[in-house]
Design a protein around this ligand. Structure first.
Ligand SMILES: Nc1nc2c(ncn2[C@@H]2O[C@H](COP(=O)(O)OP(=O)(O)OP(=O)(O)O)[C@@H](O)[C@H]2O)c(=O)[nH]1
Ligand SMILES: [Mg+2]
Length: 248
């Protein structure tokens, strides 16, 4: 069900059968005749039964995907008025958050922040990839990459590998999912050395727009808002991320 007020019959009521109440009190029948009359009035088709498992799929326009700690929740807070839990450890977000981004012409775009994905999520590593159902129907994907994972001697996953891992996981979840209009957000551009990593990412990844931001200080966020809007409106010729266009 995808629209408010939508109706769906999940179990059909029975046909006929008027019940005892339909036999007037003033009708005097012998016991035998009464039973016959009750049977006659009650007999028709029984209703159907069904057992339902309902699964909620959030409906958002933009889905933020990224490794844990990339800054997805910080970015959603910067884009919208959502106030979210943000912390310096993996898997801070354990359920999806939705925030609204409103443009000057009052277009409101819903952005979903889901728990971080890691390589092997489709084999249930990390929190698994069940959360991807919440971004299954988004129009636009925004990959949030962390520029700081290898700075200051850290031994994290460089952003181009983060991107490749995310694309692989999304494709495992649903083939063709990464073909929808996409952009890349390179976060933590404020960190020393992040600019060079951002430049390297631009050399290694072709075909989708890349927006450097510092989600924490909301820098680069206005340009990102415009970029998201362009993809929503399909202003240019939007593309998804193509694995063959990532050099790792
Ligand atoms: N230097 C810097 N740190 C940032 C920036 N944005 C977020 N952070 C920090 O990165 C850490 C993770 O931020 P979150 O927004 O919780 O990251 P997340 O991607 O939602 O993480 P999960 O919910 O675990 O998947 C926090 O300590 C943030 O303060 C940024 O622009 N610059
Ligand atoms: Mg989070």
């Amino acid at each position: 069900m995808t629209r408010p007020g939508q109706r769906l019959i999940v179990a059909q009521g029975g046909e006929g059968g008027l019940g005892n109440a339909s036999i007037g009190r003033d009708v005097h029948l012998s016991k035998g005749n009464r039973q016959e009359e009750v049977a006659r009035l009650s007999s028709r088709e029984p209703g159907t039964e069904s057992f339902l498992i309902l699964e909620l799929k959030s409906i958002a326009d933009v889905g933020l995907v990224g490794l844990p700690n990339a800054g997805k929740s910080t970015l959603l807070s910067a884009l919208s008025r959502a106030r979210l839990e943000i912390a310096d450890y993996a898997f801070t977000t354990i359920r999806p958050n939705i925030g609204s981004l409103t443009y000057e012409d009052y277009l409101s775009v819903k952005v979903a922040d889901i728990p971080g994905l890691i390589k092997g999520a489709h084999e249930n590593r990390g929190l698994g990839h069940a959360f991807l159902r919440h971004i299954e129907r988004t129009k636009v994907l925004s990959y949030v990459l962390d520029l700081a994972t290898t700075l200051n001697g850290r031994k994290g996953i460089p952003p181009w590998e983060q991107l490749r891992d995310l694309v692989v996981e999304l494709e495992h979840y649903q083939e063709g999912m990464t073909r929808r209009p996409s952009l890349i957000v390179t976060n933590k551009i404020d960190e020393e050395g992040a600019n060079a990593i951002h430049e390297e990412l631009k050399r290694r990844v072709q075909g989708v727009p890349i927006f450097p931001v510092c989600a924490m200080l909301q820098e680069g966020v206005p340009d990102l808002r415009v970029g998201l809007r362009d993809l929503m409106d399909a202003a240019s010729d939007p593309q998804g991320v193509d694995l063959s266009k990532i050099t790792v």
